[in-house]
Design a protein around this ligand. Sequence first.
Ligand code: MG
Length: 397
Amino acid sequence: MSITPSSDKIARYELFRVTPRWLFLRIKTANGVVGWGEPVVEGYAESVESAVHVMMESLMGKDPARIHYHWQTIAKGDFYGGLGPVMMSALAGIDQALWDIKGKTLGASVVDLLGGAVRDRQMVYGHVAADFEPDDVAAAIAKQRCDDYGFKLIKLCGSPPMGYTDMQGSIEAGAARVAEVRKAVGPDIQIAVDFHGRCKLPMVRKLIRALEPYDIAFFEEVVHPDFNDAMPDLANWTEVPLATGERMFHYAEFYDLLRKPGVSIIQPDLSHAGGITHCLDIARLAEHRDVALAPHCPLGPIALAACLAVDFVCLNAEYQESGIGLTYTAEDGGRGVLDYVLNADDFKLDDDGMMPPLPGPGLGVQMNEEVIREVAADAHKWRGPIEPLPDGSPTRW
Ligand SMILES: [Mg+2]
């Protein structure tokens, strides 16, 4: 028996570096089917761009329908494979675009291709921003996001940059910020707090204790993933669920994390961890360990659509992060998730803060190519901020 190839071939591709800090990939087939992906590591968009060029060399003229074959060939057919953030993000964007093409070719949504939805609606949440801004600003933004977009869960950063001990009142500042947000949104909105991996291990317990009184849905990245071996101990110490995973790129890392109880929610990023193909494996692994899924997504509309496709076929998909409504600065171009799509109405939340599946085919995101081309003509060179501690030493932002 031989494999019957589809009649189509991967014919060309284009990359668009668009504000605020994203990279879009457009793959077109010989039959004229267009698929979109979002391969990016924020701050290293140009590096991911280079990796996409190398990977696409081997895909030109190939059958776009053989997604698993292409994924495995890129990830495992090469000596170094695709284990690190740059390569796994490049592969993620290609994978998303190929799923989009497959759906459009067959006239089906990616959700249907993956077996169909296990739920009618998906809980989607917004966030305030990773930066640590004055309390009154965070509280006002949180309230505005919930009012304007219908979020029933809002996430904010609760950890200012901090040393190994708190010499500058950071714990109090974090608690004050969360208290202000709780006061602003009221008791009916869920609040999640991101430590952004910037709190060092000696201070984690103290910060958790300071924030617990504000009815927290989950704590995110209480430690940087380098210190994930501390998670079981930390989980024994608080009743608030612990979440992590946005800076983990491969199944093996999640396997290692989930071997011991501790983390309650994993947050793989569909644009960093090998795309739909690999994140589905990671999501199923978590499901079999009774761990929830909440894909990380402060990125653009293609990444969000890919996340939703996985969410709708995963029983454990509890929450979906969304950058909808995030305010980027004028310096960034001020554009957000919905500025790049033609079907913004499909991304609206209902009265319970949930979204139905995006209407297909493919990923269900209709890209506004005119805007994309216009913005990409002045390609960004976004870099993460450097925020030293008061003594001048570097720390994670
Ligand atoms: Mg985070």
